[in-house]
Write a protein that binds this ligand. Structure first.
Ligand code: AHG
Ligand code: MN
Ligand code: MN
Ligand code: MN
Length: 337
């Protein structure tokens, strides 16, 4: 570790002033989100000692029973970001409607979307969870911001990232010019740059899917996973390993760090739904990060970042990671059409 680590603040100032990659208002937004993630990390790490585990006794628009930490993380992100003057509104997995910045605060040019706590089913068992966020630009001249202003294709995101709450608290961020990783130095209480210019290996021996859903998948996914399971004597000519954490942030972080392919595909349990994961605040930010790191992210035959959203909480099939694997999955879907 260099004796003069680069803090998140310095990194963002250099992205603004040296590279001209971002305006000051976006720098401030990212710093506020990072500050909120540090607060969420502290709440998560207290776990059962603080009596905030377990159900909140309410249901969200997804039809999921909310955990107390889902609600706490959501409130931390709203409070941390509503007064800064850089946002017009926010959208969250945990809020049915959008959250316009209250009139008592100045409004800005950005829209912030987030999954405040991803992997909630892992909270009580002390497995890595996280926060996923996405930043869009509000169209010029909009006075009354509405849900329709959030319905932008993922390729229009100006920034995306996630924070993992695990053995380390890491912030993984893209501003559209590559992917940088920051690790929380808990003694300093600040995020320090630990990796930049991240590249996902083109090929892999590791796939990530919830195998218990196998009988529900469409043929192209069945075909792909079946070939992986045949190993070196099958058409892929190599043995594969399988990992499934059940927190998208943990599975995607592993793939960004060492390669692999993550799949949460459509399945016939909910035929009218594209899949379980939400497009605007799970699939899109992760797809931007993966593409910025040289990987691929497809919904089957369509690039995830090209999907034109129809509603705030719509789902998307997600297959992302090492280019070789995702390209093969995309080919299998095209051949099945
Ligand atoms: P969330 O906790 O934000 O609702 O998201 C959970 C998602 C995602 O994190 C993970 O990849 C997936 O659910 C796991 O789904 P299964 O439990 O069906 O495997
Ligand atoms: Mn949820
Ligand atoms: Mn999630
Ligand atoms: Mn969530």
């Amino acid at each position: 570790m260099s004796d003069n680590p680069i803090s998140l603040s310095r990194y963002l100032i250099e992205q603004e002033r040296r590279h001209g990659h971002i305006p000051g208002s976006l720098r401030l937004l990212i710093e506020q989100v990072a500050r909120a993630c540090k607060r969420i990390s502290r709440a998560v790490s207290k776990g059962a000692s603080s009596g905030i585990l377990g159900s909140a006794g309410s249901e969200n628009v997804q039809g999921e029973v909310q955990k107390q930490l889902d609600v706490i993380a959501n409130d931390v992100l709203l409070e941390a970001n509503e007064w800064g003057g850089h946002l017009a509104a926010m959208a969250s997995e945990e809020l049915e409607q959008i959250y316009p910045v209250p009139h008592r605060y100045p409004r800005g040019e950005y829209l912030l979307l987030f999954d405040p706590l991803d992997g909630s089913s892992n909270i009580e068992v002390n497995v890595t969870i996280g926060t996923i966020f996405s930043v869009l630009h509000l169209a010029d001249g909009v006075r009354d911001v509405g849900a329709e202003h959030f319905l932008q294709a993922g390729r229009d995101q100006v920034a995306a990232g996630y924070c993992t709450y695990g053995p380390q608290t890491t912030l993984v961020l893209t501003l559209g010019h590559g992917v940088a990783v920051f690790t929380l130095d808990s003694e300093q209480g600040s995020f320090v740059l630990t990796q930049e210019g991240l590249r996902i290996p083109e090929s892999t021996r590791e796939f990530s899917i919830n195998m218990s859903n196998m009988r529900h998948w469409a043929p192209p996914v069945q075909r792909y996973v079946d070939e992986c399971l045949q190993g070196r004597n099958g058409p892929r000519g190599k043995d594969f390993n399988m990992r499934w954490v059940g927190s998208m942030v943990a599975d995607v972080h592993r793939i960004l760090m060492r390669g692999g392919v993550f799949l949460y595909p459509w399945d016939r349990r909910e035929p009218d739904r594209a899949g379980k994961l939400r497009l605007l605040y799970e699939a899109n930010p992760m797809a931007m990060l993966v593409e910025q790191a040289g990987g691929m992210a497809t919904a089957g035959t369509e690039r995830i970042l090209d999907i034109q959203p129809q509603n705030l909480h719509q789902r998307a099939a997600v297959m992302l990671g090492s280019r070789e694997e995702v390209a093969l999955l995309q080919r299998y879907h095209a051949e099945a059409q």
